[in-house]
Write a protein that binds this ligand. Structure first.
Ligand code: UGA
Length: 433
């Protein structure tokens, strides 16, 4: 077992790497974070975060004396015993996970000095079977002494610190019991259930968890669409279902579909993984399709009230894939903005944090830093992301400044339908009576 303060390395200074590294430093460990992006490193050295994650910049400041940032992998190996791998594994054109960053790390590792007590801990989401392959690769390269553990991460962007410090469970898949013990010792102070298993099972727990949550969302979105046909209210339906402990209320919020860097990629990677192994995962095919259609249904709602969207001014409120993050990967805002431009609409976009991320991505979209200015004179407003800065607007006052058609589409079911209608707007939500 590790002593209470371990020497830890983290590979990758993205959302997962920084969340993990800074939280581990806050727990008292000494942490070296490695990234290949020198600008990112320079910012971190100045105490600035290259990502937006609530509370993390303060935690970085508090734990600064236990954190180092470097581009040099040799420095990490010299100063750390446990090395968490947190590089991204984006989807390829085929929907498989792109493991090139993982592969590059292992190639580099083979060129450097490693010790018997070096333990690699995979946090990146990698297809089931990757750990077995990497273990074989390490052995082939004469690195049998370097341990390998799969330890999938379950942090949500926007609440990464809370999720790290209060995990529902910690999953540890190892080849050798003693390697798993060392990782378990790191998490022990958090007091959460620990699941010890094999490497492939740990890898599968991660995919199955994300795919199940995504399935829950697509399920409730389809229920919402049926609610619209039959005059039922999906929010109350979800509440009614959620009281059943076997179902649970979490992740039953109907809306304009899931986005982000995880669900779309992981659902597609699991579907591909199954397909590559000869199994057609029908359910996941539908989960993905429902999600794509869900984003586009907003266009139909707008047309229902406005007719042709050509020349209309449509304001999208929220660019990030969910609140409290600047991450716009697979965000509904991007799909909606592109569809609306294709319909000939004039598109405005407001976000309290993520506008910089979309700058240059969406040519033809007017980016506005002030929500009320973005709403003024618009024919329609679509609430895309439930930021508190958006939900908490003075909606009656904002609606009063809109063009006469005044359509409000609540893509997250967070506004009060009655007060929006009382303010004179035509109101649409997702699956609400
Ligand atoms: C997700 C998982 O929740 C984490 O456990 C996991 O670690 C992470 O992916 C990952 O694999 O790295 P995240 O993508 O940060 O976390 O965000 P979520 O809060 O799960 O939301 C994902 C998407 O689902 C968002 O677009 C959100 O708006 C949507 N959603 C969520 C709904 O449409 N309805 C809901 O009821 C819940």
């Amino acid at each position: 077992m590790e002593s209470s303060a371990a020497r830890i390395g983290v590979i990758g200074a993205g959302y997962v790497g920084l969340g993990t590294g800074i939280c581990l430093a806050a727990m008292g460990h000494s942490v070296i974070v490695r990234d290949i992006d020198e600008r990112r490193l320079a910012a971190l050295a100045d105490g600035e975060l290259p990502i937006y994650e609530p509370g993390l910049v303060d935690l970085l400041a508090d734990s600064r004396h236990r954190l180092q940032f470097t581009a040099d992998l040799a420095e990490v190996l010299a100063g750390a015993d446990l090395v968490f791998i947190a590089v991204d594994t984006p989807p390829t054109y085929s929907g498989d996970a792109d493991l090139s960053r993982v592969t590059r790390f292992f190639a580099e590792l083979a060129q450097l000095d490693t010790r018997d007590d070096h333990l690699l801990i995979m946090k990146s989401t990698v297809p089931v079977g990757t750990g077995d392959r990497l273990r074989a690769e390490l052995d082939r390269q004469g690195l049998a002494h370097v341990g390998y553990v799969s330890n999938p991460e379950f942090l949500r962007e926007g609440s990464a610190i809370h999720d790290f410090m209060n995990p529902d469970r910690v999953v540890i898949g190892g080849f050798r019991v003693e390697d798993g013990d060392r990782v378990q010792a790191i998490y022990a102070p958090l007091g959460s259930p620990i699941i010890r298993t094999t490497v492939p099972t740990a890898e599968m727990i991660k995919y199955a968890s994300n795919a199940f949550l995504a399935t829950k969302i697509s399920f409730i979105n389809e229920i919402a669409n049926v609610c619209e046909e039959v005059g039922a209210d999906v929010v109350t339906v979800a509440d009614g279902m959620g009281h059943d402990q076997r179902i649970g209320r979490a992740f039953l919020n109907a809306g304009i579909g899931f986005g982000g860097s995880c669900f779309p990629k992981d659902v597609s990677a699991l579907k591909q993984l199954a397909g590559n192994s000869g199994y057609h995962f029908q359910l996941l095919t539908s989960v993905i399709e429902v999600n794509e259609l869900q984003k586009r249904r907003v266009i139909g709602k707008l047309k229902k009230h406005l007719g042709s969207l050509a020349g209309r001014t449509i304001t999208l409120l929220g660019a990030s894939f969910k609140p409290e993050t600047d991450d716009i990967r697979d965000a509904a805002s991007l799909v909606l903005a592109s569809r609306l431009l294709a319909e000939g609409a004039h598109v405005r976009l407001y976000d309290p944090v993520a506008l910089d991320a979309v700058r240059g991505l969406l040519s033809g979209v007017e980016l506005l830093e002030d929500a009320l200015a973005a709403i003024a004179d618009a024919d329609a407003v679509v609430l895309v992301t439930e930021w508190r800065q958006i939900v908490g607007l003075d909606w009656p006052a904002a609606i009063a400044t809109m063009a006469p058609s005044r359509v409000v589409v609540d893509g997250r079911n967070v506004l009060d339908p009655q007060s929006i209608r009382a303010a004179g707007a035509t109101f649409e939500a997702i699956g609400r009576a």
